[in-house]
Write a protein of this length. Structure first.
Length: 366
C-alpha cells in the first residue's frame, strides 16, 4: 500500500477533525501563516511543516477522495471539510505503522525557514564547482534566482582556496556527512545534484527510478537536508565551507515576527509596534503567538494574566476541543481570541520541551 496513505491518515488522526483539510495541506506546503505555524505545534505535527513544499492541490484532493471512497475517513459531525478516521481508517493506519515510519531528520526543524534557500545555494555551488574544475565556464545553472546566484558568486570569490581545492573540501564535507546518515536519505539528496555531464533528477524521477512513493522520497530528502543543517549548526568546525553558504541571519522565527520581537524586547506595546510597522494589531498578535511557540522562556504574562489562563484551560477541559470558537463562546468576554491562542501556544511549546522537541511522531532514528 502506498506510503502517501500512511502520511495522510497519520495527519488526519493528529488533527482529529479540529481543522479543515486545508490545514493539513498548508502544513505540508509550509504556509507561513500564524494559524498554520500554531497548528503544527498544537497537533504535534511540527516535523511535517514545509516537508512537502511542492505539494500539488490536485494530488492532495485526489488522496482525500480516494480515502473517502475507501471509507477510511469521514466528515466530522456538523462539518463538511473536517475529517476524522473511521474504524477502518484506524485499522489501516495501525497496519501501515508496522511497516512504515517517518525519517528521523524531519525532527530538526530549527532551520525550516531557511532550508529551501540553503538547498538552492548548495545545488548551485556544487554544480558550479563541478563545471569549473572541468574547465567549463558556460553552463545552464540549476537556478537563476538573483539572491541565490549572488550568494554563490560571493562564496566562490571570497574563498581563500583555488577552485579545485574548494571543490575537494566541499566534497569532503558532504561525503563525511552523507556517509553517516541512512543510505536512502543520502541517495535522495545526492540524486538531485547536478554536475559536469550529469543532470540531477527531480523527486518524481527518483521516485520512478527507485520505485518508491514520491511522498516518501520527498520526506527522505527533507530529512537528509535537515540533518545536514542541524549538524552544521552543532559542529560548524566540520563544515567550514558549507557554513559559508548559510544566511547569517537565519533563525526559527519568520523575518516579520523577528522584527516584532526586537520591538517587544525594547518594551514597546502592541499598538505602538503596529503603528510603527504600519501593520494591524491583529498581525502583531499573530507574531506574538509565533514568538510564544518558538522562543524558549518568552513571557506572555503581560498579555495573558494567570487568572485568565486558568479560565481558558477550564474551558478547554469542558469543551474538549482546541478550536477557538467553542472556547470563546463559553468564555464570552472573559478572554479574547488572542489570549486563547496564547494559552494554546504555551501548551504546545511546553509539550515540545517536555518531549525533548521530538513529540510523539513515529520516526526511524537511524
Amino acid at each position: 500500500m502506498s506510503y502517501r496513505y500512511y502520511l495522510f491518515l497519520y495527519l488526519i488522526r493528529q488533527f482529529n477533525g479540529e481543522r479543515t483539510l486545508s490545514g493539513i495541506f498548508h502544513l505540508l506546503k509550509g504556509k507561513k501563516s500564524a494559524q498554520t505555524i500554531q497548528d503544527s505545534f498544537l497537533f504535534h505535527a511540527e516535523p511535517f511543516f514545509h516537508s512537502i513544499d511542492s505539494m500539488d492541490r490536485r494530488i492532495f484532493n485526489r488522496l482525500t477522495e480516494e480515502s473517502r471512497q475507501k471509507e477510511w475517513i469521514s466528515p466530522k459531525e456538523g462539518s463538511q471539510d473536517k475529517y476524522v478516521l473511521t474504524s477502518d481508517g484506524h485499522k489501516v493506519l495501525t497496519r501501515l505503522e508496522k511497516t512504515c515510519s517517518f525519517p528521523g531528520g524531519l525532527l530538526f526543524t530549527e532551520t525550516v525557514n531557511s532550508e529551501t534557500d540553503f538547498w538552492l545555494k548548495l545545488q548551485l555551488a556544487v554544480q558550479t564547482l563541478s563545471e569549473l574544475t572541468h574547465r567549463q565556464s558556460a553552463f545552464l545553472p540549476v537556478t537563476r534566482q538573483g539572491a541565490v546566484t549572488e550568494s554563490v558568486r560571493r562564496f566562490l570569490k571570497n574563498s581563500a582556496l583555488d577552485r579545485c581545492m574548494l571543490a575537494k573540501r566541499v566534497f569532503e564535507e558532504l561525503h563525511g556527512f552523507l556517509s553517516g546518515i541512512p543510505k536512502d536519505e543520502a541517495d535522495m539528496l545526492v540524486g538531485q545534484m547536478t554536475g559536469f555531464g550529469m543532470a540531477g533528477l527531480t523527486i518524481n524521477q527518483l521516485s520512478d527510478c527507485l520505485r518508491r512513493d514520491a511522498f516518501e522520497c520527498q520526506l527522505l530528502f527533507k530529512s537528509a537536508l535537515r540533518r545536514l543543517l542541524h549538524r552544521m549548526s552543532e559542529s560548524p568546525g566540520y563544515f567550514p565551507n558549507l557554513c559559508r553558504l548559510q544566511d547569517a541571519r537565519r533563525g526559527t522565527l519568520s523575518a516579520t515576527a523577528g522584527q516584532t520581537f526586537r520591538y517587544l524586547k525594547e518594551g514597546m506595546p502592541v499598538k505602538m509596534i503596529a503603528a510603527k510597522r504600519k501593520l494591524s494589531s491583529g498581525t502583531i498578535e499573530d507574531h506574538i503567538v509565533e514568538i510564544a511557540l518558538k522562543v524558549p522562556g518568552f513571557s506572555t504574562a503581560r498579555y495573558l494574566p494567570e487568572p485568565v489562563n486558568r479560565l481558558i484551560h477550564e474551558a478547554i477541559s469542558l469543551t474538549k476541543t482546541r478550536q477557538l470558537k467553542p472556547i470563546k463562546e463559553l468564555l464570552h468576554d472573559r478572554a479574547s481570541y488572542f489570549q486563547i491562542r496564547l494559552a494554546l501556544a504555551q501548551d504546545a511549546a511546553k509539550w515540545g520541551e517536555d518531549a525533548g522537541g521530538k513529540g510523539k511522531t513515529r520516526t526511524n532514528e537511524k
